[in-house]
Design a protein around this ligand. Sequence first.
Ligand code: ADP
Ligand code: ADP
Ligand code: ZN
Length: 216
Amino acid sequence: MHNLIIMGPPGAGKGTQSEKIVAAYNIPHISTGDMFREAISKKTELGTKAESYIKSGALVPDEITIGLVKERLSMDDCKNGYLLDGFPRTILQAEALRDLTKEIGREVTLVINLVCDYESLAGRISQRRVCPKCGASYHLVTKKPEVEGICDNCKTPLIQREDDTMEALKTRLNAYEMKTKPLIEFYEKENLIKNIDGLQSIDDVFSDIKKALEGK
Ligand code: ADP
Ligand code: ADP
Ligand code: ZN
């Protein structure tokens, strides 16, 4: 069973690797960032609540985020596995996740931690372009779409995320450092973490992830 979490600082490659993992293992991709962005573009109540936090690079409050994931993980399509991308991001979220997955018999089996140094993240973030429709992410140099400015999957024009500015990145890295990094120790204690070198090429990172999953 692959009940997975992928974690790492902003720009580490979580979204990029998630696309490959869910295609190879046929499990749903649960990205809280994508869920929030969709809610914002549809102007739902959740979107209205989350928008200002995301724009500035701050974390959305735990109670909003936990409720969202709880509902999603309980859905039927998660019964044969799932991939959580960008959740949990705080100890409180990790504890809530541990309790709720236990309750529904869907406990996490592996945490993939993409390790990157901070210097490389600015270049990845500033040159990232994303598809507003399907969430796919591209890079102006390392992962160009087949047609410039257009999503390979759904042909939608690519955009730059509003929080992919150097100012918001500073806030996001700070949030990562203060609130999310402690999760590494949390999952080390649970013997669930697998550290993977995120500075390798996209294909080499994925090959390491596959090896880690085959051992499971
Ligand atoms: P990144 O590419 O920086 O890792 P994500 O797409 O995962 O970004 O998240 C974008 C933003 O959405 C975050 O900066 C934060 O504001 C919000 N967000 C996403 N997931 C969470 C979470 N688990 N807890 C709180 N805020 C979240
Ligand atoms: P995250 O979801 O962790 O924020 P993304 O998967 O969106 O990160 O990747 C951030 C940017 O870096 C994107 O532009 C992506 O195309 C690019 N990228 C991802 N992985 C690699 C890699 N291994 N080598 C070079 N560029 C990468
Ligand atoms: Zn697309």
